[in-house]
Design a protein around this ligand. Structure first.
Ligand code: 5GP
Ligand code: MG
Length: 170
């Protein structure tokens, strides 16, 4: 086991506290938590429950990984944002930021549809693999550059319901 269920919960609490602190004082009107499917469903649900104030939830699905452990290259938009984010303040909720390709594409996409501001919250971050250079606003836990499963993250669609996070054995 890489990260216990308890450590995951603590990380989510820290992220929620920081988001709540940043959103106090009416700076953002009805911000949108845009959860990326399918991986961030579990983290996003728990984070959303801990957000204070008037939040809307939405989903977006992009894919950059196939069923294997290698990146396929291009990121493709499978489900466009389910909430109209034009003029809105958005927090993109990601399960893991690896090379940063997905985050970069999401930022381009949200810019195109006219989001007012975009921040990124991710449960896991792989600093050793990250190449996008865009600062990640909220990181739950930095991890090593290995393929992990659990707490929403899958291997070939399996393992998402695990409450802890494990490094996948090859
Ligand atoms: P990036 O575009 O940053 O390279 O990759 C981000 C996406 O790739 C994540 O949203 C996730 O879907 C997938 N991914 C990257 N690393 C892992 C990993 O360790 N485990 C799993 N299950 N998916 C990963
Ligand atoms: Mg993801």
């Amino acid at each position: 086991m890489l990260i216990s269920g308890g450590q995951v919960q603590q990380a989510i609490q820290r992220v929620a506290q920081r988001v709540n602190a940043d959103c106090r004082g009416g700076k953002f009107q009805r911000p949108v938590a845009l959860i990326t499917l399918n991986g961030a469903l579990v983290f996003g649900g728990e984070l959303f429950r801990q957000l204070e104030g008037d939040w809307e939830v939405g989903f977006v699905k992009v894919s950059s990984y196939a069923a294997d452990m290698q990146s396929t290259g291009d990121v493709q938009v499978d489900v466009p944002p389910t909430v109209d984010v034009a003029g809105r303040d958005v927090i993109v909720v990601e399960d893991v930021v690896d090379s940063g390709k997905t985050v970069k594409s999401l930022l381009t996409l949200l810019d195109k549809v006219g989001a007012r501001s975009v921040r990124i919250a991710t449960l896991l971050f792989k600093p050793g693999a990250y190449k996008a250079g865009i600062p990640i606003d909220y990181v739950g836990l930095p991890i090593c550059d290995e393929f992990v499963v659990g707490y929403g993250l899958d291997y070939d669609q399996a393992g998402r319901n695990l409450s802890a996070i494990y490094v996948l054995d090859e």
